[in-house]
Design a protein around this ligand. Structure first.
Ligand code: UDP
Ligand code: MG
Length: 192
């Protein structure tokens, strides 16, 4: 299925759920289809006043190509572990244009998408699953604002990033997306 058709499908079927992330699902021809289960779940939990039972203690991160190229892998991992995060999975790898496009498909219609995809596939990255109480929120605090110029003193982006596009690290924005993003990189036997 073409990416545009995938996005069209997502729009026409679930746009009223205000999708914020596509779930990757393998379908008949083993190509990838995107369905926004995260927003569907949020919608139904809200509608029926159900509390999400999903774990809140894991997040997913990437050390982006700029931080890798600038020699910050060690310092960033040090900051992460000093902040109390346990490493569950860790991988030094490189995205292709295709896999970076899939990972960031949620941003497909934003003006920076093409540049983001080519930047994220421009060099190796470090991917990791991290564990800590309140992982999503605490990790977003640790990395700071998307734009390093606005990131708080002492945050990873303030210390190691130079621009809003090359901003050193990724951090999941919800439990559901942490799970999806972790699954994008790691099999069960790669987690400890
Ligand atoms: N990004 C960009 N220009 C922008 C906004 C975002 O290049 O104006 C890039 C940046 O690398 C960011 C990524 O797109 O980390 C994803 O954007 P998002 O809004 O999800 O920010 P994040 O969750 O990473 O803080
Ligand atoms: Mg984000």
């Amino acid at each position: 299925m073409e990416i545009n058709r995938i996005i069209q499908h997502k729009k026409s079927s679930v746009s009223h759920f205000k999708p914020n992330y596509p779930l990757l699902t393998s379908i008949r021809d083993r190509k990838t289809m995107f369905i926004d289960y995260s927003s569907i779940k949020t919608y139904f939990c809200k509608k029926f006043d159900i509390k999400s039972t999903m774990s809140t203690n894991r997040t997913f991160t990437m050390i982006k190509p700029d931080a890798v190229a600038n020699g910050h892998i060690g310092s960033i991992i040090n900051d992460i572990t000093n902040a109390g995060f346990k490493i569950i999975a860790l991988k030094y790898t490189k995205l292709t244009d295709e896999t970076a496009g899939q990972f960031y498909a949620v941003h497909a219609e934003r003006p920076f998408y093409k540049d983001l995809v080519s930047f994220m596939s421009s060099g190796p990255i470090v991917a990791a699953i991290l564990e800590k109480d309140n992982a999503i929120e605490d990790f977003r605090k640790l990395i700071g604002a998307t734009n390093p110029a606005e990131a708080a003193e002492g945050t990873i982006r303030q210390k190691y990033a130079k621009s809003i596009d090359a901003n050193a690290v990724h951090g999941s924005d919800s439990d559901e997306n942490a799970e999806i993003e972790g699954n994008f990189f790691f099999k069960a036997d790669e987690r400890f």
